[in-house]
Write a protein that binds this ligand. Sequence first.
Ligand code: SF4
Length: 934
Amino acid sequence: MSSMLEKVSGANFDRRVFLKGAAVAAAGAVTASAVGCSSGNQEPQEETVEASARPENTLEEVDLWTDLPDPDAEGTWIPVACWHNCGGRCSNKALVKDGVVLRQKTDDIYADEEGQGHFQNRACPRGRSQQQQCFGADRLKYPMKRKNWEPGGVNVNGELRGVDEWERISWEEALDMIASELQRIYGTYGARSVYFSTYAYGPYSNILNTLGGYVYADTVESYGNWKMCCSAYGTPFYNSNPDIEGANDRFDLPNAETIVMLGGNPSWASGGSPSYHFARAKEAGTKFVYVGPSRNITASMLDARWIPVRPATDTAMLLAVAYVMLEQDEQKQLIDWDFLHTYCVGFDAKSMPEDAVLDENFKDYVLGVYDGVPKTPEWATEICGTPVEDIEWLAETVGKQHKVMLLHSYAAARSNGTENLSQLFLTIGAMGGHMGKSGHATGAMYHYEAGNAGPQLVKLGSATSAFVPNPITEVIPGGETWKAIVDGHYTYCGTSGSAVNGWAPKEERDIDIKAIISGANNFLQSKMNVNDGIRAYRKVEFAWANDYKLSSSCQYSDIVLPVTTKWEGYTPDTSSPGWINRESQVITSPVLEEGLYEAKSDQWIADQLADRLGLDRAALSPVSEKQNYFNMIAGAKYFAGGKLMYSQDSSALLTAAAKAKAAGEDFDMSGYTEEWKPLVTITQEDIDKFGDVVGEPQEGVIGFDEIRAQGVYQVEMTDDKRWIGYKDFIEDPEKYPRPSKSGKFEIYCQTKADGINSIGINPEPIKPYPNYIVPKEGYEESFADWSAKERGEYPFQMYTPHYLRRSHTTLDNLPWLQEAFENPVFMNASDGEALGLKTGDTVLVSSKWGQVLRHVSLMESVMPGAIAVPHGVRTDIDPETGIDTGGSENTLLGPVVSNYFPQVSGYNTCLVKVEKWTGEPIPYDYEKTFIPSV
Ligand code: SF4
């Protein structure tokens, strides 16, 4: 360890100094939590008074740490990782001196002037605070064991999970205990007794799958019902991302007259470059419309017209938009009938698909032919709360006479009962003919090759990793996970949340989980129904978690292992080739060659376990981490010309070519070429200097040291590299068919209806076209008597915006961010005043499933009746009352399964009540720490 790092590590910090420090390593003397993994509810000891006092320093002062050398005079700027799955993949830089980070900044390679073909890849406040994540006072420093748990399944004392004390143990002890527990549990109970995090993959899943596999939970994740089966009705699905590639790239945004955003808040959710590109469109004269339950910060920045809509009622609002378009079409020519009849099936009786078994179509449903209820704005407004004039205005705005981009963020579909929303969004876009042309688009605005992104023009090489498939096909529908473990049974509905062929008729199954393993995420915190999650943890015989901070999943485990961040060692982010920054590639370097304190990489831990379990380490970890890092850089390529093809268009082309060949017909493949060239020049001297890797010299366009120093390579953006979604399909629908059965957009989709109805969780069959479904825990259920409009016990609709302070549950522990972004619950000012509340008051928010305390922020920009509880904050259960003083939305969410599709993540459908808290006001989050003491 270098002298500078030793100096910092040996410093004796209190919390106030920590908040001021720019790069606090170790901070071992910070003792805000006196016992176990407590969370600040205990009385502070004498030396911890500063820890619980509200810091006096301001944001301007936080990086004034006079012990450190002048950052302008010393240190080296290096590109460092920001690896969280917000999707930004921005360029972060750190000024490093002897292994200590003195300052951070972001991309400053390019001048970022319009017309230069280059753009800065700017990091958000989260990325620029990451030094507190790596060097934070709350880093886990060594392996720990829960004091009252013993291996063997007898002295488990599971009821103490979450409140027990910790013991420091050696790596040898920790690894021996984990290996012996895995052998015991697999040997005694079998693989169906082990539950492992859904999203985790890589070294730990390889170990578990070699032992026999594990049970996991599947959901449609962040994508809501967009991920249900969008390919079946013809929209793109690539690399687990639905409706990606359908919208034009971000450089086309200024060509739209109007951009309609259905949900979405990139200024908070991925606060780097996406907002900048929307702002460029605004400067160019594009008007914005924002549809959602609040006029959020992105809508404010873009001066958008706000179309208020209650959570989970977007389907009703858009059906009324379709009604107005039909009603007004003769007078105003709003509908592109040619588009509907050329590129779609099922809009009306004239365009039904060949496989239709129901003699119904979308148009007649909207007009009320089948149920006697025309889907008028008056019908919709009772449900969605959107003013009639807003619906009428929106219908005219998205008509075919205007250049419109319809972009969505998935948030509206993270709701129960939104099974038809994605198909309806597509239908509205098709009615206006908004596809395949510059200035027109219908698709995702999400970060990956979508509306604020673009095609991949540079990519890393592949890391070599082993893949051991899971022999267990036991998949618990996501919302049911914790309840299933507590109750011992669940409803099996198939093995996949996103493909029709992975669904199966529902079947009740017993399950008896004995071990919970959190390998690469914090799933106790990130899944709905935290209270059942804690019960599940307390029920099993063994719980093991890895992290670099004491996450909720660690807090309730028996063994906790400290892992390295991606600022330590060569831990290639193997997901990064799929998470690139469009025309840019970010390549980072480690700040430290090895882990801080006793932290080890996931691969090192897996290797040690493989040895103890008698597994073939060489087969499971065939390549070292440093070699993989090198290989990914050596294998990097850039787009050097030809016809850009996204995955679905190229696969459609190849499918059509194969069909033609089978029929003995000619198929013109001319024009389909893509040229990719090596990006990085590597000399033998580079390889020797880098050390411990095998490689061959090669010619590229930027040197090995140069790319590692500047951190970003950007392909110059020119007109020939622009992407217009669906352009190939619109120009030649025969050659580039959509992935649906008909090869067109299916507004009537028999595949969707047959697939969902085969699961059978709703006795009322779903329609093949998009109709309105009354959502579970939606607006209608907030009334005890809907027709009399008599409110029920839980009158508020909770929704869960992604917050700038964190990316899901990560980065939330950083004091700078906690100070800057307080994380209150947001509610309408008139609702708050009716409850006798003022901003800053502590409120008790209750649902059927749990209770949380938070400060409240009253705003005019939240719809009456809605309450926003930001997603991802850390749970902090008061053991006396059972109330979550951390304010997690997942404490309020229960095990509710959506109307038709069991794996939907209904995070934006939860009914709550709000009351003024008469007890002690809760502290601010930056006054609490979660630092385990042993
Ligand atoms: S948290 Fe996301 S938006 Fe912020 S710097 Fe990191 S990658 Fe970029």
